[in-house]
Design a protein around this ligand. Structure first.
Ligand code: E4P
Length: 216
C-alpha cells in the first residue's frame, strides 16, 4: 500500500519527502487555507519538494467549463499535479475530459460504492472514499473500502483506491487489510505508525545490557 501525506504544511512534507516511505501528497482547500499560503504557490512549492511523486490539488469551481479550465490551470503548475474534482455529475464530466487529455484526476468526496463505480467509468486515476467522515456519522468507512475493492476487482478497473479521511493508525491497518492501493494520512497519524511502547521498552533494555556487556 502506498502512503500519501494529507497536508499542505510545507515542513511536514519536507520531513516525509526525505524518506522513500512517502509516495505522494493530497491537499484540499481547507488544508491550503490552514497552511496560510495561496493555492497555486503552495501547490507549486509542494510539487517541487516531492520530485516526481503525485500531488493532488483540488478545484473550487463547480460548473463544468470553469472546473475544466481550473483543472487545466492546476495541471500546468507541474507535471506531477493530479487534479482533484468533487464527486458530482459535473465533476465526473470534467474527470472524463481531463483524463482524455492525459491529465490524471482524483475524484474526491466519495461516500458510497456507486459513486466509486461512476468515477472509475469516468476514467479517474484515483477515487477518494472518506472513511473518517463516514465513521463520524455512525457508519463503517472501512466497509466502503472493501466494497469498492471488490467492485473494482470484479471489472478490472485500474482506478487506484485512495483511502482518505484517515484518522488513526488502526484505520491504516484496516485500509491495508481491505486492499486500498493508497492511504492518505495526516502527518500526526503518519508519525504514530512507527510507535509501540514495547519497542521503546525493548530498545532501552537492549541498550542497557549492551552497556553492561562492554569490557571495562
Ligand atoms: C482527502 O483527500 C482529504 O484531504 C482528507 O483526507 C479529508 O480528511 P478529513 O475528513 O479528516 O478532513
Amino acid at each position: 500500500m502506498k502512503f500519501f501525506v494529507d497536508t499542505a504544511e510545507i515542513n511536514a512534507i519536507k520531513e516525509f519527502a526525505a524518506t522513500s516511505l512517502l509516495d505522494g501528497v493530497t491537499t484540499n482547500p481547507t488544508l491550503i487555507m490552514k497552511s496560510g499560503g495561496t493555492h497555486e504557490d503552495v501547490i507549486a512549492e509542494i510539487c517541487q519538494l516531492v520530485g516526481a511523486r503525485p500531488v493532488s490539488a483540488e478545484v473550487i469551481s463547480t460548473d463544468i467549463e470553469p472546473m475544466f479550465n481550473e483543472g487545466k490551470q492546476l495541471a500546468g503548475i507541474a507535471s506531477n499535479v493530479v487534479v482533484k474534482v468533487p464527486l458530482t455529475w459535473n465533476g465526473l464530466r470534467v474527470c472524463e475530459n481531463l483524463s482524455r487529455e492525459g491529465i490524471p484526476v482524483n475524484v474526491t468526496l466519495c461516500f458510497n460504492a456507486n459513486q466509486a463505480l461512476l468515477a472509475a467509468k469516468a476514467g479517474a486515476a484515483y477515487i477518494s472514499p472518506f472513511i473518517g467522515r463516514l465513521d463520524d456519522i455512525g457508519l463503517d468507512g472501512i466497509d466502503l473500502i472493501s466494497d469498492i475493492r471488490e467492485i473494482y476487482d470484479n471489472y478490472g478497473f485500474t482506478t487506484q483506491l485512495l483511502a482518505a479521511s484517515v484518522r488513526s493508525p488502526h484505520h491504516v491497518t484496516q485500509c491495508a487489510l481491505a486492499g486500498a492501493d493508497v492511504a492518505t494520512v495526516p502527518p500526526s497519524v503518519l508519525r504514530k505508525l512507527c510507535d509501540h511502547p514495547l519497542t521503546d521498552i525493548g530498545l532501552a533494555s537492549f541498550l542497557a545490557d549492551a552497556a553492561r556487556a562492554r569490557p571495562a
